[in-house]
Design a protein. Structure first.
Lengths: 157, 411, 411, 157
């Protein structure tokens, strides 16, 4: 994990991405952006990159996930769960589970975004998966907290 | 403790490697110990002064003598009498005793507790726990530097108030409260209140005298003022009623059962003795290192905010800065790779990444709170330590920023 | 602490003088520390392993690693999992957590607590404190050697019982309870009970395995098994519900707030490691010294009663004898003059000279209880120590007897 | 105090005593016996001795008290209070106050015993003094405890 934090792979924005999404938010204190370049014909992921505003585990999880999906068909990429991430990272401590969840949430959102104006495949579920729900929940929780503390998230001054 | 974490932590440590130099600045979470204080504790063990101080044999008497002298040192440092000190094993325990113990002894019909919104959780949580037995908790807001809003404070004090608790120095942002002024306001509006102050972060940093401040209870913690772990203390002004919250065999004290940890208390007193003897020199040294650190960071890194006040209104050991567009915990790991140990207001220690309630209470934006880094200098640090830190901070921040999807367009 | 006592204690110590040799046998009130355990604690401080174990930097990780390994050692010694251990700062605190914490989590309507009449006060007092929230406390009598009366015990367990607490080994008279049998009786009559055992005096003295005994909670204390002060622990079987009794910032554990005293816990684990590795040798050594002491006293002094059982049913470290026609505290002072530090069941530590509730529960006469002397041998004692003690006991007793108005006509 | 414990003065039973009393009891864990030889004409205490079943402070207090009353008229001896004892001993700790109280209680009982069959002087109060009361209370408390624990005080077997 520390190795991936120190030397993350697939780091940075991607200009020729054709699917992009974020999960988490500044307010959460954890945010992951995923960029995919998908081959239109084969629906195989050619390139995957990420950016992260988050802890070391977050960065490592995103780096690992982008590494795992490279060269995979979307259907297979979709099936990666946060447990796979956690195991690959050598077992995330429970308080870090959400990092894996967030990374997978971002990936799935990117895949959904890709199919927004395309024909949806059979394997893509209608409703949100647990990971997507979790990402949503975390974002909402933080909005709630923000209201409680009467704090604005976003631009300063 | 989940049983699969040990292997992971071992791997983390292995991957981390040993840094060329180590600078420990996480005094907020766990304090460094003066070598003299550690030695005093060890010598106490070797000299049988671990014995039960109320048993009738020479070892017990020597333990009693040592305990008593330690208590005089500690009490003397805060202007109290030895008989007004009760030992616990931590500041957390002393805060619990102060708040829950006073409530247990509360025979008045008054049921309101007033605290500032930036108190330590070991004050806020016990106070909240009293809600289920009918207490009302009022959290008074603070200004952007962490000073209690006097008008709101004054308005919160009415005839129903039983207990007030405001820390002398805030643990995260170093705000040195005008405690004397707050005590006056409170007593003016309700002379019957009990005024408690969490003085854990005040000891050795600012002059702190319970008589001068006119407080009724004050919490101290050994490891936060360079003594060993295992000793906290509660000053309770003679006459203030507190009931025990734990039960068992008593030794020299009525309010915390069990044998006192005499060796730890001896170490605590040694630390206090050093702080007392070298007060001005230590404070001057810490202030110099603090300002070196603050100014060095502010001048070498962009988009940095200092949390808390400046100058004499800030504790001399406290440095708390927010690096915008950076997540704090990632910074702590990045700096750790260089042997620089700091903590973050957004430490991922709870399931939800709730940022520090102190920073939020200041009106900080979430992203400011999440990027906050807390460092505490001590009399044991040197200018070389600070220079080493300053050499590594800019590159650490720029690396974390390079990973982030937020590049300054927000901010 | 009354403020005029220091001078008196200083005079006491001066008048006492330094004895030619010192033999510390007051392990009941405060335990001696293995030098290795003390060293382990000191090294932890020197190696930054005092850091907060849930903070994300190398020092924190090393602290976590050390804490975790210590916990595995301690848990392993009693047959538990690391995740089932909660640290407090003393056995007293762990007993409070067990009893009050379990009551706080008690959602059943059952409101009866059953203990033996010879439990430590840190079990009895918390249990008594629950009376005011509707609990009923039943104290089951013991026989003349301190064994729980099985019939009375069985009769006390009915459908209304929520918690049972019986110590594995009694702290004063060393009775090694048939805990497994008691657990079976209790579960037989009511499978829903929580069975807690105070194992403070069992650790390192008898084989103690929580799975084998089938207990739900067990209290441990570092200083009572030759570790440093500042660490107690509560084993809580996975699934047993306990609520925190203090409130504050959490670190690695849910049930006791505040930073763990990692250095003390490391010392605790080192002591446990030594006890584990040398179990048979230590027990054999202690038993030899114990029997040397008991037999030496019984054969050289008249009118002596041994309190508690003999042989394997008695803890290997425990010597408790009553010298008739003598007041115990006077004996402790007399022996102290020779450097022999022991305690008395009638220690004058309370306003009223109430003798030990344990001895009274055995059916001892008052004058037997008042003349009781408690000595604990340890793996650190030698035969020379015991010989020295045996050389001085007869003359000490005969001097105290010469002062007494009761000369044997009562007895 | 320790010196008096180590080398108590006036220790032991007195065969020619004409006033004797005890305070405290075996059950209390503290018992003091006081023996006085009083000059019948002058009512001056010629000799005073003690025995003690009690802690070191108890022994020291009794030893000191017997030393203080020697050569004193009974009226003066009566006036000695436990505070005087405590001060002479260099300040007893609060938990040891009762030792001084018990010693004074025993002395006053002995003086009362002396006047049992003699004409009572003016200075001898009718009701018990605080020290005498305390001695009584302590004895009673222990009886009560004894009942609670169903324990007999006294002869064995
Ligand atoms: C202000 C304040 N109060 C209380 C505590 C708790 O003290 P301890 O760590 O001794 O439990 C701390 C510790 O960080 C603190 O900073
Ligand atoms: C059986 C027993 N339980 C509990 C305790 C309390 O332990 P501690 O001294 O660590 O508070 C003791 C200490 O003497 C004991 O002997």
């Amino acid at each position: 994990m520390l190795e991936l934090f120190r030397n993350p792979k697939n780091l940075g924005r991607m200009d020729d991405a054709n699917a992009t999404a974020t999960a988490g938010s500044l307010a959460c204190g954890d945010m992951i952006a995923i960029y995919l370049k998908i081959d239109e014909k084969t629906q195989v992921i050619e390139k995957a990159q990420f950016e992260s505003y988050g802890c070391a585990a977050n960065i490592a999880a995103a780096s690992l996930l982008t590494e795992m999906v490279k060269g995979k068909p979307l259907e297979e990429a979709w099936k990666i769960s946060w447990v796979d991430i956690s195991e690959e990272l050598g077992g995330l401590p429970p308080i870090k589970y959400h990092c894996g969840v967030l990374a997978v949430g971002a990936l799935r959102r990117a895949i959904r975004a890709y199919f927004k104006n395309r024909e949806k495949p059979d394997w893509l579920p209608e409703g949100p998966t647990p990971e997507e729900k979790h990402a949503l929940e975390e974002e909402k929780l933080m909005e709630m907290l923000a209201r409680r503390y009467k704090i604005q998230v976003g631009k300063r001054g | 403790m989940p049983s699969d974490m040990l292997r992971d932590v071992k791997e983390l440590i292995k991957a981390h490697g040993t840094p060329e130099r180590e600078v420990y600045l996480d005094g907020e979470n766990s304090g460094m110990v003066f070598p003299e204080a550690l030695r005093a504790m060890v010598n106490a063990y070797r000299g049988l002064r671990f014995a039960h101080p109320s048993i009738t044999h020479r070892a017990g008497w020597e333990s009693y003598e040592a305990l008593y002298e330690a208590t005089e040192t500690i009490a003397g440092f805060i202007g109290a009498e030895a008989g007004e000190i009760t030992y616990t094993h931590s500041g957390t325990e002393a805060n619990n005793l102060a708040i829950i113990g006073a409530a247990l002894a509360n025979k008045s019909g008054r049921r309101k507790i007033v605290v500032s919104s930036i108190e330590h959780l070991s004050v806020i949580f016990p106070a909240e726990s009293l809600r289920k037995v009918g207490y009302k908790l009022v959290e008074v807001p603070v200004d952007r530097e962490g000073f209690v809003e006097e008008e709101a404070f004054s308005n919160a004090i009415d005839r129903d108030v039983f207990l007030v608790s405001v820390a002398a120095v805030n643990h995260e942002i170093g705000t040195v409260q005008d405690l004397k002024g707050l005590v006056e306001i409170a007593r003016d509006k309700n002379p019957d209140i009990i005024f408690h102050t969490d003085a854990v972060d005040a000891l050795g940093r600012v002059k702190f005298d319970v008589r001068d401040l006119d407080v009724d209870m004050a919490t101290l913690s050994s490891h936060k003022c360079y003594g060993p772990k295992g000793a906290g203390a509660l000053y309770i002004r003679d006459g203030v009623k507190v009931e025990p919250i734990l039960h068992g065999q008593l030794s020299t004290q009525r309010l915390w059962p069990g044998v006192e940890n005499v060796p730890a208390i001896i170490g605590f007193a040694k630390a206090v003795e050093l702080l007392d003897r070298n007060f001005d020199a230590y404070v001057a040294r810490m202030r110099r290192l603090r300002d070196m650190l603050i100014e060095g960071i502010m001048s070498s890194v962009e988009h940095v905010i200092l949390n808390g006040p400046r100058g004499a209104r800030r504790a001399p050991d406290n440095v708390n800065v927010s690096f915008l567009f950076c997540e704090g915990e990632a910074i702590t790991v990045e700096l750790s790779l260089k042997g620089i140990y700091v903590s973050s207001g957004s430490a991922c220690t709870s399931r939800v990444l709730e940022p520090s309630h102190v920073l939020l209470a200041l009106g900080r934006l979430y992203e400011e709170a999440h990027g906050s880094i807390l460092m505490k200098v001590s009399p044991m640090h040197s200018e070389d330590d600070i220079r080493y830190v300053l050499r590594h901070v800019p590159e650490a921040i720029s690396r974390i920023r390079s990973i982030s999807p937020i590049k300054g367009e927000v901010g």
